[in-house]
Design a binder for this molecule. Structure first.
Ligand code: MN
Ligand code: MN
Length: 459
């Protein structure tokens, strides 16, 4: 009866043969390389465009008409990208996977550079939900662009190469922390305390703020910029630590930016490796999820519909069909979820959590407390996904995240569900999510890759 009726509780690693283990480890190596090289949404889209071109995907704006079997992509402002393989009949709807390529980080303020006690510092404004105390006393690298008055763009990447300097935020020493120690964790480090140390040598001059002036001299020599150019820049400071295998058995990966580049990478690789698809397969990699999906590169942007309009026009499908096609389309919102952390047992309702090494996680709904803000997928669609995964031997788990009322979160799922598509959250469990060093399982990553490929290819 147990065999027949009860949910099976096996650790998937126990049944893995050498071949499969090799595949898991090799795939994860590719992901580690991707994570190492791509720490911002701009760096991601650049690499992703190269990967797409290598596999024969063409910029949709440069093709005249689109037919079955064509591979296309649309680049939006170098911060978000849509890619697809056209199926036999586009009017029969599409199988779409959406992930995000922005991650929590420290952005520079518009007027960042100042001097205090003969030290040069940079004011930051954090992006996304971070626990601020985690971002002090770690090595930081500087990424982004500065646009000069004449429109000329300067790209910056400092702190990743072995020979590069790094940056850091100096926390208070324990000897003088008695007041800080009494504050609630969320207030111990304030937003205005996240000031990055950037130099200490003064310029040999009689002017004031000599250290700041020296930093500006270095920047001017290297990039041709002045202090005012910071006002038209997008500079992101990210953890400079390299992603690494974690554990004696190397079964886990530690690295910054896995929310949500782990789902972006797996859903992209699945698309790139499709040989034949009857349905149209779309991969949507968006920006701004961590701050609410707003803006012209976020999931809410009309640019997504603009891309679909171009696609339909070039495939000779009437725009009036759009809502009908949305209504018969299937979507996986590929975003990470929090994995059960044995250090904090009380936070969880054990029967309904995602666990490391238990495969890809399906969340019928996200949101918080009353399910507020969730799209809450229908049972029929969950049934469809379950059947697809079970038929194809995909290890999956169905969960919530934490006890009711403890917290919550959202994804892009409801934005696409609002368009009429069937959408469900389906991603990789992550421990220490939003921290500078997030943790994932190689088994779960490879399982997600296989699940996404099967989903795209389903008829
Ligand atoms: Mn996410
Ligand atoms: Mn997130």
């Amino acid at each position: 009866m147990e065999e027949k009726l009860l949910r099976k509780k096996i650790n998937p690693w126990e049944n893995i043969d050498i071949d499969e283990k090799d595949k898991i480890y090799n795939f994860s190596q590719g992901f580690i390389e991707f994570l190492k090289e791509n720490k911002t949404e701009r760096e991601c889209t650049k690499t992703i465009e190269e990967k797409l071109k290598e596999k024969g995907f063409k910029n949709i704006e440069k093709v005249d008409n689109i037919k079955s079997g064509d591979k296309i992509y649309y680049m939006n402002r170098k911060k978000n990208i849509y890619a697809g393989i056209i199926g036999e009949d586009l009017s029969q709807g599409f199988n779409m996977i959406g992930a995000h390529i922005d991650s929590p980080r420290l952005d520079l303020k518009p007027n960042p550079l100042y001097e205090d006690a003969d030290l040069a510092l940079l004011k930051t404004h954090y992006y996304g939900g971070i626990k601020k105390y985690q971002w002090v006393n770690i090595p930081l690298s500087m990424h982004g662009i500065i646009v000069k008055k004449d429109g000329h763009k300067v790209e910056i990447n400092i702190g990743e190469k072995e020979e590069d300097p790094i940056f850091t935020i100096a926390d208070l020493l324990p000897h003088l922390s008695s007041i800080q120690d009494k504050k609630p964790l969320k207030d111990a480090i304030e937003g205005e305390d996240l000031n990055i140390l950037a130099g200490s040598i003064p310029l040999n001059t009689s002017e004031k703020e000599k250290v700041k002036l020296n930093i500006l001299t270095i920047l001017n020599e290297k990039y041709g910029i002045t202090e005012e150019d910071f006002t038209s820049s997008e500079i992101e400071f990210t953890p400079a630590m390299k992603p690494k295998d974690l554990g004696f058995d190397r079964s886990l990966i530690a690295g910054y930016g896995q929310d949500d580049r782990v789902c972006a990478y797996t859903s992209l690789q699945a698309l790139l490796n499709i040989e034949k698809t009857s349905k149209t397969a779309l991969c949507v990699l968006v920006d701004k999820e961590e701050i609410g999906s707003m803006g012209n590169t976020g999931m809410f942007s009309n640019t997504f519909d603009y891309f679909i309009d171009i696609l339909f026009e070039k495939a000779n499908i009437s725009k009036t069909e759009k809502n009908k096609i949305y209504n018969i389309s299937k979507v996986l919102s590929a975003d990470v979820t929090g994995a059960y952390n044995p250090n904090y047992k009380d936070i969880y309702e054990k029967n309904n959590e995602s666990y490391i090494n238990k495969g890809i996680s399906i969340l019928k709904y996200t949101g918080s407390a009353s399910k507020a803000g969730a799209s809450d997928a229908n049972a029929e669609y969950l049934g469809y996904i379950r059947n697809l995964f079970e038929t194809n031997g995909i290890t999956y788990q169905v969960s919530e995240m934490g006890k009711i009322g403890i917290g919550g979160g959202g994804t892009i799922a409801y934005i696409l569900a609002n368009k009429g598509m069937d959408v469900i959250d389906c991603g990789i469990p992550i421990m220490s999510m939003h921290s500078p060093y997030e943790i994932s399982s190689k088994f779960d990553i490879y399982t997600a890759y296989k699940a996404y490929k099967i989903f795209y290819e389903a008829s």
